[in-house]
Design a protein around this ligand. Sequence first.
Ligand SMILES: [Zn+2]
Length: 334
Amino acid sequence: MDTASWIYPRPEGLYVAPGDFFIDPSRPVPRAVVSHAHSDHARPGLMEVRATAATLGIMRVRYRGAAPQMPQPVGYGEAWEWGGVRISLAPAGHVLGSAQVVLEYRGTRVVYSGDYKRVPDPTCAPFTVVPCDVFITEATFGLPVFRHPLIGGEVEKLRRSMALFPERSHVIGVYSLGKAQRLLCLLREAGEDRPVYIHGALQALCDYYAGEGIALGELRPATVAAREELRQALVLAPPSAVREPWARRLHDPVVGFASGWMGIRQRARQQNAELPLVISDHADWPDLLRTIRETGAREIWVTHGQEDALVHQCRLGGLTARPLTLVREADGED
Ligand SMILES: [Zn+2]
């Protein structure tokens, strides 16, 4: 018998039976809690949705008419009840607005992590550990081989390359939600004060972040910028757009990608990244284990990534652990 048999996967997503709602459903449902606005967690076409104001705001920017019909913003730590289940949100440190979902029912506390990281990020509230009985953790980088390097070194790598090749432009592939804005903030913190050129696909979300008071510095549109202006420029673009025709206007560009996956040499080679930057918005293996330990949970459900190794490691540590299989369309945002 499960510690929390009242929460289980259905084809639409993770279902909380007493409250009759889903967490991060993969299909349109009447009632849901959404952990964050990445498209593999926040789908279009939902009805009543509770999430942080920023998550709902980003869903509105992305989905417009298909954004939640009845958005209900909830602050971190603010609790409500659905069908006898007490629910609240806690910061997940993943992207702006990202939250863990805390569920309490009949004396058992379950925490659904959503995507999370423990490394400080200037664009979002830091992850907070919520003690619980059952911890549902993501496992995107759930293999012992994943140990993300210190972030400062990766930003320095980019700045050093820009100093070393001042005559070349630098074009960096970044996911449009979270990674782009985090890299911009990190560059500004490191003292980079020149304008940064961004691909049109990044504009709306950068505008949203800036509107939320996150300082991204001066941004200029890359796709309409004159060839001369782009010479020596730093350009951010979605990974898929890095090799599109507009990029031919760049001058002998140094091509890089910012992603946790850049830690795998083979991936970096596949993408032909001259400048792989290992910048991840997910916990690496040591941080997954540390977080599991710190929650004090005796039971761990592992989802969204490399489940098997983490389940095995938890069992070795004397915990009850199992994979939780959820239907999910990966969008590769990390
Ligand atoms: Zn995510």
